[in-house]
Design a protein. Structure first.
Length: 428
């Protein structure tokens, strides 16, 4: 990307993990223009359009068995909303009206509409939301870096899964509708990847209690993890419903999708149907853009790219972790990584809020030709990190250049922190 002064940047985070196929892709631009000339709009409940059919079929094919039905929206928040509404409508249609409670992780993020804010795990919103909307019940997220004494990441994840079951039993399983979870964390946890045992455990718990397991793959899905669906990394523990957005439209158009199994959707269709739509869902221009994005996914084999370039990026980030003491942790999967900044690597003590670690990371990144993504909300109770998640089209040489610029970025950050006497150890 280039700014107003002609300075060049690598988009090292795909915006907020949106631009999966990179910017200004001519094939997508042409598909949008052609569709706009042919059919700009048709309301999906009155007139189905061919691009909707083609896009939904292609998406279901890429998602694979178990996710044959697609419901489209204009973004991630709407798609999460649809997933929960679908679960609720199924419960009501099958005589399980008592299932009204949704469980989610703390911390987590599921969107910015009122309902999705209410679902997400951000305690700083308590004053805004309490008494105003019905919140989800929170269970601890299986964080991997700062975990309670005596726990390993694996044992803490097992504890978090047990907390899920304890919460379900405390509420009464017959009142619990769904468990909503980001299988790989986004900005809220900084790309935390739970151990496989966690997925086995939550799948088993949800199955035993008749609770819908919904994966919010809005940020981590669409190939970024090295599988088209992140859920496929743990094939024995697949969720009931998957939600996608961000990379689905890759920034060319607002798009989100809920994916669900044919059996469930077709059963509901014979009872009550799924009775909610938006004026703009399955908009032909958005569907044409989405189809062209999926064409690029297949033409360029971007899922394989995510795996290969992800291995290069991950190895390079771990190398930077070794050479820069300001880096406390590097974690991620595929082309979705977070770099956690600390004042003291031994104690994992975060940098003070007054230092503005996230803002400084963005500034030093920009100075070195990198657009990064970071945000410290409410004093960052779980620490400070920035995301490294470039478009899946990044080349080997560009990945090396990104790492080179990140090296300089971390050096700049370290010298700022050292100048303020914030870094423990040599040079601090
Ligand atoms: N869920 C997750 C995990 C996200 O990261 C986001 C956006 O950042 C959303 C939901 C909401 O998506 P949107 O901003 O498209 O409404």
């Amino acid at each position: 990307m280039w700014d107003d002064d002609g300075r060049e940047y690598i988009d090292a985070s795909s915006g907020p993990m949106v631009s999966a196929i990179g910017h200004c892709n001519e094939r997508v631009v042409d598909a949008i223009a052609a569709q706009a000339r042919q059919l700009d709009y048709a309301y999906s409940l009155v007139a189905r359009n061919r691009r909707n059919l083609e896009f939904s079929e292609r998406l279901a094919r890429l998602a694979g068995p178990g996710y044959e039905r697609v419901s489209l929206t204009s973004g991630g928040s709407e798609a999460v909303d649809n997933a929960v509404k679908f679960a609720r409508q199924y419960a009501v249609a099958t005589g399980q009206e008592s299932r009204t409670r949704v469980l989610a992780l703390d911390p987590s993020y599921h969107g910015a509409t009122l309902s999705t804010l209410a679902l997400g795990g951000d305690p700083t919103l308590d004053r805004f939301l309490d008494g105003f909307v019905t919140r989800s019940e929170k269970v601890p997220a299986p964080m991997s870096y700062r975990i309670p004494d005596g726990h390993s990441a694996e044992s803490y994840a097992a504890f978090c899964a047990e907390e899920l079951e304890r919460t379900i039993l405390a509420l009464g399983a017959e009142t619990v509708l769904a468990f909503l979870v980001e299988p790989v964390g986004g900005l809220s946890t900084g790309a935390v990847v739970p151990p496989p045992s966690y997925f086995d455990a939550i799948r088993d718990i949800c199955t035993r209690h008749g609770v819908f397991l919904i994966y919010d793959e809005i940020l981590c899905g669409m190939g970024r993890s090295g599988e088209f669906l992140t859920a496929r990394n743990w094939p024995d523990a697949l969720p009931d419903i998957v939600v996608l957005a961000k990379g689905l439209g890759s920034g060319y158009t607002p798009l989100g999708a809920m994916l669900a199994p044919a059996g469930l959707v077709d059963e509901l269709a014979t009872i009550s149907g799924f009775n909610f739509s938006y004026s703009a869902n399955a908009n032909p221009i958005s569907c044409a853009a989405g189809l062209a994005v999926l064409d690029e996914f297949e033409r360029l084999d971007l899922v394989t790219c995510a795996r290969e370039r992800g291995a290069q990026l991950g190895a390079g980030l771990h190398e930077l972790e070794r050479t820069h003491p300001i880096v406390g942790d590097v974690r991620g999967i595929g082309l979705l990584w977070a770099v956690e900044l600390v004042a003291d690597r031994e104690t994992k003590q975060p940098l003070p809020a007054a230092f503005q670690p996230s803002e400084k990371a963005l500034i030093h990144g920009q100075r070195n030709g990198l657009m990064l993504y970071a945000r410290s909300t409410a004093g960052a109770p779980h620490g400070n990190w920035f995301m490294v998640a470039p478009p899946l089209t990044i080349t080997q040489a560009e990945t090396a250049e990104l790492l080179h610029r990140l090296d300089r970025t971390l050096a700049g950050l370290s010298s700022d922190a050292a100048a303020e006497g914030l870094l423990a150890g040599p040079g601090g």
